[in-house]
Ligand binder design. Sequence first.
Ligand SMILES: Cc1cc2nc3c(=O)[nH]c(=O)nc-3n(C[C@H](O)[C@H](O)[C@H](O)COP(=O)(O)OP(=O)(O)OC[C@H]3O[C@@H](n4cnc5c(N)ncnc54)[C@H](O)[C@@H]3O)c2cc1C
Length: 389
Amino acid sequence: MWHLVVIGGGPAGSAAALRAKRLRPDARVLLLDRDDFPRDKACGDGIAAHGRDELALLGVPDLIADYRPTTRLSVVSPGGARVSATAARPNHVVPRMVFDARLVEAARARGVEVRRHRVRSLAAGNGHVVVDGAFTARAVVAADGANSTVRRLIGVPATPAKHTAIAVRGYADVPPDDEVQLIAMQKEGWPAYAWSFPIGDGTANVGFGMLLPRLRATGLPGREVLHGRLAELLPHLPARDLRAHHLPLSPGRPRLGAGRVMLAGDAASLINPLTGEGIYYALLSGRLAGEAAVQASADPLTAYRRGMRKALGRHLRTTDVLARAAQSPGFIDAAIGTAARRKEVFDLLVDVGLGAGTVPPSLAFAVVRRWIVNTVRRDGAATGHRAAQ
Ligand SMILES: Cc1cc2nc3c(=O)[nH]c(=O)nc-3n(C[C@H](O)[C@H](O)[C@H](O)COP(=O)(O)OP(=O)(O)OC[C@H]3O[C@@H](n4cnc5c(N)ncnc54)[C@H](O)[C@@H]3O)c2cc1C
């Protein structure tokens, strides 16, 4: 009997295993992944300062300390408003090939048993779960990613297409001293954006992402659209090793599990709809699921739900609302235009996009006012133009 079986060795799964072992060193924890590590994962490799806070809570504060920190961010809105500023706290860019393998290795070093195994079935017992007829556990953390098998096995429907994005990432050569994290948004097919995240070793992770229904609406092959838009938005950065994947966004999040099975990370659709960032949520949700597994073994799912509500409830409701408003590119133009003038607004937006921040009413008011002013000016200019003709 295992105290905890974790399915998936990405950031969510490793966080669950590390946290369970940290709280209860004698707990028997098994981590299953269909792949051996190191393994690649399509990702922008961007790890926000908030993610580093989570690493500290997991007892691995220096896991990525050898990678270059950067505070420089530059964002171009769909209408061309630009903000270039210094973030309050540094972000990192660490290839997932390295990051995930280090996390799994840290878990193994703490006594977690790691095995290569692809999970195909689950059976609920009385006070336990049997995985593939072979592993019996008091609790299971399903951290098996965006196309989670476990989520399907426990009867939780997949994320609806309207709340799913798709993105491609590659690697490009950049000057070693390039440290600006660039996000260039695109009006066509909005919401859509390209990024360049320099690693610090003369390469940058570059990519392009958009909502799945917008991609389908083009009627063109996905590869053609994603690769084409990336090349169009970042023509100076030809990319290699292109790889795409789905991003289940948090407005489509499901219930967090069933019985003794807890969904974490992408398996729980925990990706920020404004930025596509999911590593911080994966580490946080994995940590809370691991905690519930060993501290509330009578009913881990209820404890996990409670923990998640406390940690992310208000934030997720905020991003639900903002994601709806952001369907209009004018709203994003106004938000970025406001951030370009007021540093405290820039910092708040970073917190909402990369962490667990919420929006105070004064900021919402400032952005909406700017949005209205921009719209009135644009409409006025169009009317004047027509009158002149
Ligand atoms: C192109 C792209 C760019 C992105 N950029 C960023 C970014 O810059 N920053 C950021 O924070 N987020 C980014 N994200 C999101 C981020 O990649 C995910 O949110 C994050 O990987 C979620 O971690 P996870 O542990 O939940 O899942 P994953 O990292 O996907 O790990 C799931 C693991 O489960 C294993 N697995 C799957 N099925 C089974 C099975 N049946 N049995 C056993 N094991 C199984 C897999 O092998 C895998 O190791 C990006 C996503 C994409 C697609």
